[in-house]
Ligand binder design. Sequence first.
Ligand code: FMN
Length: 201
Amino acid sequence: NVSFYYLKKFCRTITSPWENLEGLLNTKFVSDTGSSLEAFANDKNDASLCWKDIGWLRSITSLPNLIKGVFTPEDAIKVVQVGVAGIIVSNHGGGQLDYTPATISVVHAVEVKIPVLMDGGIRQGIDVSKALALGAKAALIGKPVIHGLAAKGGSGERRVIKMRKDEFEFTMAHSGCPRVKHITRNHVRTESDSLHSKSKL
Ligand SMILES: Cc1cc2nc3c(=O)[nH]c(=O)nc-3n(C[C@H](O)[C@H](O)[C@H](O)COP(=O)(O)O)c2cc1C
């Protein structure tokens, strides 16, 4: 069974020693009291982080800052006020809190003048088209790339990205969009569009 094989490979990857962190932290796993990796992650999370810290972040780099995890129009307005280069609409791949809405269902509501990117649940090239049609400048991919890496290493990652790119181009060709700029809001219909058109009848 191919998927079981990939799953086994994936599990082996995530439970093997964290070679990229070798020498930076103790990679020993202690199952009953939590791993040292967990302690490391907790140590890096600062619960006192707040909006004013964005100004400090901007002051220490000339690179463009993007704020990820924005989900509501209210937060998007705050992000614009603190002056970053862009927003990533994200629910962190659903990994933080169950029952958060799918990002594809909220991306259209984040209407700001800075670029809006989105991630979460991009599984086929057509999902990229949907995200762009709903106002995103770009769609980002998380877990599928990791699955490619687990299955076949670097070539697996490249293969996943190529597949998504080919599917995206296929979608564009079949919806009459020779260029990305030709993808418009009219290329998708959402549940709320259907409700509006019903109420007009
Ligand atoms: C192994 C793994 C680790 C992640 N770590 C972080 C993280 O430290 N911070 C964060 O904001 N998002 C993190 N994410 C979420 C991704 O950045 C991204 O938002 C998400 O994977 C996109 O959704 P998708 O996986 O459905 O494509 C992580 C995701 C995975 C799979």
